[in-house]
Design a protein around this ligand. Sequence first.
Ligand SMILES: [Mg+2]
Length: 264
Amino acid sequence: MNYDALRECELFLLDMDGTLYLGDEVFPGAIDFIRTLEATGREYIYLTNNSSRAGIDYVNRLRGLGFPCEMRNVFTSGMATGMYLTDNYPGVGVYPVGTPAFERELESYGVRLSDGGDVGCVCVGFDTTLTYAKLDRAVHFLRRGAAFVAANPDWVCPMPADEVLPDCGSICALLTAASGAKPFYIGKPNRSMVDIISKMTGVPNRRICCVGDRLYTDIAVAVNAGAQSVLVMSGETTPDILAESETKPGWVMADVAELGRCLS
Ligand SMILES: [Mg+2]
């Protein structure tokens, strides 16, 4: 196995759930892996499709688990969605289907939230505060032709003890069934997540490595963006799923501890 292109990477985009930890359980060697990146002069950004929390919430959560983390080390699909809406729907009233943290994140990018007659876009996140009233309202706007933008396509969010939470993709599936409208997804595997970060940091895509446990988001975003990729087998991907997947990672490793040994 040739690791040259991997070792030349200057910036690592790290998935969290299933890659660095699961729930509140930090994987063995995960914090040492971050220390290895720092010691070898590599940058890293914790990259998540989870749009239920704001960027600052991740800084606090990661620090609480023992990971080094500053605000510049976090990028979420909610942040990318805020940037996308201000670029593509400037001044448009946006009806949010998301958590209070998601709403605040959108507003921090200048997005104008509304639930009145001026709504031109419905924007859906991983809404752990979802109610029937919100679904009803979103379907109303979508049937009247509002744009349909969603933060992340994940069907479920993995939890400890083999449990899952219904995620943004599942909420959107319900809205599509009721309205006929289909969402445009911003988060992984949309390459814009990597392109935005490349522009912010000045690191070219081929020197960026995406690390994650999920083929259809973490690895697909790297393939779509021309970046490097490492699949870790510490999360939801089984050997059978990997064998059947059309999306192939650059490298496959047991966990980030193995990746750290490879890079040190
Ligand atoms: Mg994951």
